[in-house]
Design a protein around this ligand. Structure first.
Ligand SMILES: *[C@@H]1O[C@H](CO)[C@@H](O)[C@H](O)[C@H]1NC(C)=O
Ligand SMILES: *[C@@H]1O[C@H](CO)[C@@H](O)[C@H](O)[C@H]1NC(C)=O
Length: 257
């Protein structure tokens, strides 16, 4: 079963949304990971998905590149990427430290709805070595592409002004603490809960547009469950630690079998 909460977090890509939305690499001396090359690859990925034509990837992939869908390595020709989708929304965030992108894709056509989160990882030449998707559709947990689209379009994912960005480490620690809650009974206390905060899980949104909207609602009460592994989620933290107006919007997408 594929599950799409929309915490499209990205394991080590964490913080990329915030840190790199404007394309400012943290480590200027690192080997070049070129934002425009990553953008070209993400755009080729979207073109391939729209056309159902993996041939459109030929210029952006490395030799021996791999495709993974819902945590299973497979032949891309048998994957959702080989299927033409009408795409209603896409947004790509860039991680120039990990040299990777994350693209959120929503196709809300009731005849063939999909919500997909895709990481593309690149080598030192910025060619794609792995396209890794979590793809959800009808009968996935809480799936409702129309509502997902509606909520996603209401959220603001503009770049956060530089002086208000949390560090990559802070965002990663916050997200890891969140995902530890299933298997660690003190993890919830380590999450920097703020209000308002909203969570989008499948087509269900916890936000009510109120200042006291909280993401604590519905967190695990059983903290002895299997740990969340191979984390790929997307969180957005707004407001530096020193700020009073703090907003934490949190969204995610993960897959389980
Ligand atoms: C449980 O979570 C706390 C808070 O994040 C952390 O300090 C601790 O190392 C975690 N324990 C384990 C076993 O992972
Ligand atoms: C908590 O989850 C574990 C692992 O799934 C399960 O074995 C255990 O029975 C659960 N405990 C409660 C109180 O539900």
């Amino acid at each position: 079963m594929a599950i799409s909460t929309r915490l499209h977090v990205l394991g080590t890509m964490l913080g990329s949304a915030v840190q790199h939305a404007l394309g400012h690499p943290l480590v200027l001396s690192a080997p070049a990971c070129d934002r425009s090359t990553l953008a070209r690859a993400a755009d080729a990925y979207i073109a391939a998905q729209a056309a159902g034509g993996v041939g459109l990837l030929v210029d952006i992939v490395a030799d021996g590149w791999e495709y993974e869908e819902n945590i299973v390595r497979k032949d891309v020709r048998s994957g959702v990427l080989s299927k033409s989708l009408k795409i209603d929304h896409r947004r790509t965030i860039y991680d120039l430290v990990a040299c990777a992108t994350y693209t959120e894709v929503i196709g809300a056509d009731p005849a063939d709805p999909y919500v997909i989160g895709t990481q593309i990882r690149h080598d030192e030449d910025s060619l794609a070595t792995l396209i890794d998707s979590i793809a959800t559709t009808t009968n996935s947990w809480l799936f409702n592409a129309q509502r997902t689209l509606e909520y996603v379009l209401q959220e603001t994912w503009d770049p956060i002004p530089k002086d208000r960005r949390d560090s990559r480490e802070f965002i990663k620690a916050a997200s890891d603490a969140y995902l530890d809650m299933w298997s660690n009974d003190t993890a919830a206390d380590a999450v920097p809960w703020r209000t308002p905060c909203a969570r989008l899980e499948g087509g269900v949104y916890t936000g009510r547009g109120r200042p006291d909207d909280s993401c604590k609602a519905g967190i695990p009460t059983n903290t002895s469950q299997a740990p969340n592994i191979r984390r790929r989620h997307e969180f957005r933290l707004e407001g530096g630690k020193l700020r009073v107006e703090l907003v934490w919007i949190l969204t995610y997408a993960y897959g389980l079998e």
